[in-house]
Design a protein around this ligand. Structure first.
Ligand SMILES: [Zn+2]
Length: 226
């Protein structure tokens, strides 16, 4: 099972986040702003600088330079066009909640939300997979944009609320599927995720520490392997 998650790029919490939802829900946006200032790494800035990109309305679509860059960008742009055509309200919301969609190697996930960069990171392999229709890619973006929206509203991703947050995001996928003329695959995937045991999601941990460096090394090395 491939999952989606959120990259808060935080060291593990100091215990306060596991003491109850009262302490985890309702975190103020100031935390997000502080985090954003602190956590956009030089490595990420460099990787973005040497990437190739296209712009769709106010949203940057970014990927590393490789022989498949054009294909990767076009598949994501097709997905965005689907959202814009069939769910324009959600598309406008995505423009407000995300700065960019970055196609790169995301170990173990189809996508994740990068808080520091206000970026939906889509797994390049998922985007290039023949089984990934524009509808599925679009629903994945909708899911991660919902993470962004919740975070901006002050709702964190600590273990106590993680399962509830994921359910909200998956239900946004379902709502999006209902707007699509061919939304069956999106609906089926979302229902499959909703059927997973709650603790499957709740015990998952955000990506932290050295795994960030490992992930970025993948970004650098994998394109050369095709
Ligand atoms: Zn999620």
């Amino acid at each position: 099972m491939v999952y989606v998650d959120i990259d808060v790029s935080l060291p593990d919490t100091n215990g306060s986040d596991t003491n109850g939802s009262d302490q985890t829900l309702g975190r103020r946006v100031s935390r997000n702003r502080k985090l954003r200032k602190r956590r956009v790494s030089l490595l990420d800035r460099l990787l973005l600088l040497f990437s190739t990109s296209r712009r769709v309305d106010k949203l940057w679509i970014v990927t590393e330079v490789s022989g498949k860059s054009g294909l990767v960008l076009s598949r994501v742009i097709d997905a965005l066009c689907l959202i814009k055509t069939h769910d324009p309200h959600r598309f406008n919301r995505i423009l407000r909640d995300l700065d960019r969609i970055w196609e790169l190697v995301v170990p173990g996930a189809d996508a994740r939300y990068n808080v520091a960069l206000r970026t939906c990171e889509c797994n390049r392999r998922f985007v290039l997979d023949d089984a990934s229709s524009p509808e599925l890619i679009a629903a994945t973006i909708v899911h991660e944009a919902t993470h962004a929206r919740l975070w901006h509203c002050g709702i964190g991703y600590e273990e106590a609320v993680r399962a509830r947050v994921e359910k909200v995001c998956i239900r946004r996928e379902l709502a999006f599927a209902a707007k699509l003329p061919c939304g069956q695959a999106v609906r089926a995937r979302a229902e499959q995720k909703l059927a997973l045991p709650t603790n499957f999601v709740a015990t998952r941990r955000p990506r932290v520490g050295t795994s960030v460096i490992g992930s970025r090394l993948c970004v650098i090395l994998v394109p050369w392997r095709g």
